[in-house]
Design a protein around this ligand. Structure first.
Ligand SMILES: [Zn+2]
Ligand SMILES: [Zn+2]
Ligand SMILES: [Zn+2]
Length: 340
């Protein structure tokens, strides 16, 4: 019998239809062709991108020249624009505002490597340093409420044809709805139990163990109890922290390590699937609000990784339910057994 499971944070229901049991080999992953020609993200081609905003560089090298390890540039097709004011206004009952924000591309390696799984741990740690640096800078812009880090890998995941590892940062003038749902859910749980829902998840998963994929010093990777998608993985710090960018330098290497491990396991198990991943962290807390009063206590940053193996169809669109043909326990077992 399929099982209905409720996500403890936002209350979303999923149907775990494990009698349709899908194993890795049941998902058809098509090999993507690599395009020929010049890659604007490779070292030596710095002139092909807009001027860099930030880079981790070898000493004595100049901006927009070779000699970098990670490079942040503005998107050439930004979803939001850097200049101007918010211009909040109403048109009858409808609200609108200018599309103000920032949209940056983080080029994760000077080498032409497609998948973050194939980068060295210390290289991934430099990417994390870069995120922290950009979050700190973007927080200074009072127009922004949130920064989302996300990654689209493979064409099916919206990653385009170019096979060079990169992630994106988007700063928005409003809090995204998905994030708000989590913030509200986490606050509600906290008001009721006086505990962080994510800390409780971490605690219970460490006790039960059946959904823990990787358990290292400060972090765990789990298949969430109410996984929406086959082989969905969340990475969470074990110690409570609402803010990703307050991550201590000594913990960045651990985060890099667990990202490398999880992404390598997914790559190997699922034949290099397209995927998305996102970082959910607390919004910028400006002095005015007071709305997110207990956020330091009730919210907990995490990374959600979603291999793109199934398609969202009418049922999901109409209900907000998700149909997942691979139980998280099964996915955990398979990922745990994949040696990387
Ligand atoms: Zn390249
Ligand atoms: Zn917590
Ligand atoms: Zn989340």
């Amino acid at each position: 019998m399929p099982e209905l499971r409720k996500d403890p944070v936002i209350g979303r229901w999923v149907i775990i239809a494990s009698e349709r049991a899908k194993r890795p080999e049941d998902f058809k992953i098509e090999k993507e062709e690599s395009p020929q020609g010049l890659c604007p993200f490779c070292e030596g081609n710095e002139k092909q991108t807009p001027p860099e905003i930030f880079a981790v560089r070898k000493s004595q090298t100049k901006p927009n020249q070779p000699g970098w390890d990670v490079r942040v540039v503005p998107s050439i097709a930004p979803l939001l624009n850097e200049k101007g004011d918010l211009g909040r206004r109403g048109k009858g009952m409808y609200d609108l505002m200018n599309s103000i924000g920032a949209h940056e591309v983080v080029i994760e390696t000077p080498e032409h490597i497609a998948n973050i799984a194939d980068l060295k741990e210390e290289q991934i740690a430099k990417v994390i340093d870069c995120y922290v640096e950009r979050f700190i800078q973007l927080e200074k812009d009072a127009r922004f409420k949130y920064v989302l880090m996300f990654k689209n890998y493979g064409r099916l995941a919206g990653g385009g044809r170019l096979k060079h590892a990169r992630s994106q940062l988007i700063a928005t003038p409003v809090n995204p709805k998905r994030v708000k749902e989590e913030l509200v859910g986490a606050r509600r749980y906290f008001e009721y139990k006086e505990r962080c829902v994510f800390c409780d998840i971490v605690k219970q998963e460490l006790q039960q163990k059946e959904r823990v994929i990787v358990d290292i010093d400060g972090l765990i990777a789990i298949s969430p109890f109410a996984s929406r998608f086959p082989f969905e993985v969340w990475i969470l710090p074990k110690e409570h922290s609402c803010d990703f960018f307050s991550i201590k330098p000594e913990h960045r290497r651990d985060l890099a390590g667990i990202i490398k491990k999880v992404m390598s396991k997914l790559k190997l198990t699922l034949n290099d699937p397209p995927y998305n991943y996102i970082l959910h962290t607390a919004p910028f807390r400006r002095p005015k609000g007071g709305y997110w009063k207990t956020i330091d206590l009730d919210y907990h940053w995490h990374i959600e990784i979603i291999p793109r193996l199934t398609r969202v169809a009418g049922f999901e669109w109409g209900t907000g339910f998700y149909l997942n043909p691979t139980s998280p326990e099964e996915a955990t077992k398979i990922l745990r057994e994949t040696k990387v």
